[in-house]
Design a protein around this ligand. Structure first.
Ligand SMILES: [Mg+2]
Length: 262
């Protein structure tokens, strides 16, 4: 911990698994904050608003403002607005907080019954995903809409094993449309740039995450040191990571966040 004055910290698989805190992580974060470390949470998961995440952290004894939480929802909404252009419209495969962010960028949200009105299709992890929403996305894309997504993370770490992630849904959309999405979240640069802009005074910043293909590869590409925790997706066996992803080496590997402050 002493080697850095700032940390970008992933949520899923690092701070918590589903609704369960990773043991020791809340205390470790409180220790980092008490030591004056600049912390920004960086998540590819836009299913909650930053203020809701801040509230959840507060319930664990971790006090940060919502400005210290950035989600791929924020960056993908910006990409969607750029792709659609002024007065554009979006078909959103995602939950309400993501829909709000996209509407907040000035885009009109298109109904699933009228997909060809969309200028852009936005894909994220969504438990209501269905064949009919896949069909709507394909029809929008066939009619010329652009494609953006929060991530291509194949899975989401959960207690008892991984669940399908955004990347699983995105793969279905990409394979039936022949289009390739632009990504708003990790490992692309947008979310890292947004996070670093929130802690301009931090000079030595490390990215802490559990997925090599997004957290570690993205942190490395952003010029940061990278710290892999084994409490989430990657684990000691690589989890759902493929061989190409496993070729990217973190600067440090620890069992969990608690080990970083021990
Ligand atoms: Mg994670």
């Amino acid at each position: 911990m002493d080697a850095y004055d700032g940390f970008l910290v992933d949520f899923d698989g690092v701070v918590w698994l589903g609704r369960e805190p990773v043991p020791g992580s809340p205390e470790a974060l409180a220790t980092m904050l008490a030591a004056g470390k600049e912390v920004v949470f960086v998540t590819n998961n836009p299913t909650k608003r930053p203020a809701e995440y801040a509230e959840r952290l507060r319930g664990m004894g971790v006090e940060v403002g919502p400005e210290r939480i950035v989600t791929a929802g924020i960056t993908v909404a910006r990409l969607a607005a750029e792709a659609a252009g002024p007065g554009g419209s979006a078909l959103v495969l995602g939950f309400e907080p993501l829909r709000e962010l996209i509407a907040g960028e000035g885009l009109r949200l298109v109904d699933f019954e009228a997909p060809t009105e969309a200028d852009v299709v936005v894909v994220s992890g969504w438990r209501e995903f269905s064949y009919m929403s896949l069909l709507a996305a394909k029809q929008a894309l066939d009619a010329g809409a652009a494609l953006v997504a929060t991530s291509h993370d194949p899975t989401m770490p959960m207690p008892g094993g991984e669940w399908p992630g955004t990347g699983a849904i995105l793969a279905a959309v990409e394979i039936c449309s022949g289009k390739v999405a632009e990504i708003g979240g990790k490992p692309e640069r947008h979310l890292f740039e947004l996070a670093l802009s929130r802690i301009p005074a931090a000079k030595r910043v490390a990215m802490v995450g559990d997925r090599i293909s997004s957290d570690i590869a993205g942190g490395h590409a952003a010029g940061l040191d990278t710290i892999l925790v084994l409490s989430g997706t990657t684990g000691s066996d690589g989890g759902s990571e493929d061989q190409a992803a496993m070729a990217v080496k973190p600067d440090l590997t620890v069992a969990n966040l608690a080990a970083l402050v021990a």
